[in-house]
Design a protein around this ligand. Structure first.
Ligand code: PEP
Ligand code: MN
Length: 334
């Protein structure tokens, strides 16, 4: 809710109003909106009738929002959320790079990749162990063995790890291995799965559904948040459009747009967005320019031998060049 103040409002009457609101438990933030001074109010308890503010001389009008984003919206929480993954902070002034292969393939493979990315700017290691493949005949992931390998690799090279989860029944078990859980594009509408990750305290990377509107995506975030898990990271990974020259179309506008509507951090996956390795760097740079809090990139020591998503996976050399550029771009954006 927004309280619009009269232009001639005196400093001490504004102060008095702010104190009264705070006394009633309302969280307030005084701000300038165009030429007006406004008070942004959040966390208004159901038993507080906010219309009392109309009695105050300094108040011109009140404007209430009807946002459906009760917990993910900025109305509820004006300040941006920073997700703490132990010492790694996602959503603060630093760019977070998540990198790794599409799938964990072997202990040696994930360790070699972890080693390289840890020395080249990444803080989080990705790698699927249960793969939601379009074809049931494609590689489906190493399962528990994969979890053991990626956990060991993360520990050895000081990286946090993220794996996609497909089923409520595996979440508890998986949570003992990973630092973050990922909900893939195919499961953005899987409400029982969203509720299950909401019942953990693990940070969740919620990928946008391949044909999801922003509204549907944010409502999926609400499913996780309402269960009590506040650690949601939104990940734009490209949507399906009439264009077929890329695997998906990166909706770059969604990055700054989401930032106006929601306090949750937003990252971009340029690999699945494009499906083409040599345009991944440009999309990653565009994402950081647009204000993304992080990027998630598929990288492999030998992309041509990758068990999955070979055509969108970049080499070590490409990754190392790109990560330096991304940190430089971030400095300009900040
Ligand atoms: C992945 O990150 O490996 C993946 C399957 O992504 P998406 O759900 O975006 O297709
Ligand atoms: Mn992939």
């Amino acid at each position: 809710m927004l309280i619009i103040l009269k232009r001639e409002a005196k400093q001490n009457s504004i102060k008095f109003l702010l104190e009264k609101l705070n006394e009633k438990g309302v969280v307030t933030k005084l701000a300038n909106l165009a030429n007006d001074k406004v008070i942004h109010c959040s966390k208004i308890k159901p038993d507080v009738d906010i219309s009392f503010v109309k009695r105050y001389d300094c108040v011109l009008s009140i404007q209430s929002f009807k946002s459906p984003y009760r917990l993910s919206g900025r109305e509820y929480k004006p300040e941006s959320t920073i997700i703490n993954i132990d010492e790694v902070k996602l959503g603060n002034d630093e760019l977070t790079i998540i990198a790794g292969p599409c799938s964990v393939e072997s202990k040696a493979q994930i360790k070699e990749i972890a080693h390289f990315i840890s020395e080249n700017g990444a803080k989080i290691l990705r790698g699927g162990v249960v793969k939601p493949r379009t074809s049931p005949y494609s590689f489906q992931g190493l399962g528990v063995k994969g979890l053991e390998y990626i956990k060991e690799a993360g520990e050895e090279y000081g990286l946090k790890i993220v794996c996609e989860t497909l089923e409520p029944s595996e979440i508890q078990f998986m949570s003992d291995y990973v630092d973050l859980l990922q909900i893939g594009t195919r499961n953005m509408y899987n409400y029982p799965l969203l509720k299950s990750v909401g019942q953990t305290k693990k940070p969740v990377i919620l990928k946008r559904g391949v044909s999801a509107t922003v509204h549907e995506w944010l409502m999926s975030a609400e499913y996780i948040l309402t269960e009590g898990n506040p650690n949601v990271i939104l990940c734009e990974r490209g949507i399906r459009t009439f264009n077929t020259y890329t695997r998906n179309t990166l909706d770059i506008s969604v990055v700054p747009y989401i930032k106006t509507v929601s306090h949750l951090p937003v990252i971009v996956d340029p690999s699945h967005s494009s499906g083409i390795y040599n345009i991944v760097p440009s999309l990653a740079m565009a994402s950081v320019s647009a204000g993304a809090d992080g990027v998630m990139i598929e990288v492999h020591s030998n992309p041509e031998d990758s068990f999955s998503d070979s055509e969108q996976t970049i080499t070590f050399e490409e990754f190392s060049k790109l990560s330096k550029k991304l940190f430089n771009i971030r400095k300009v954006v900040n």
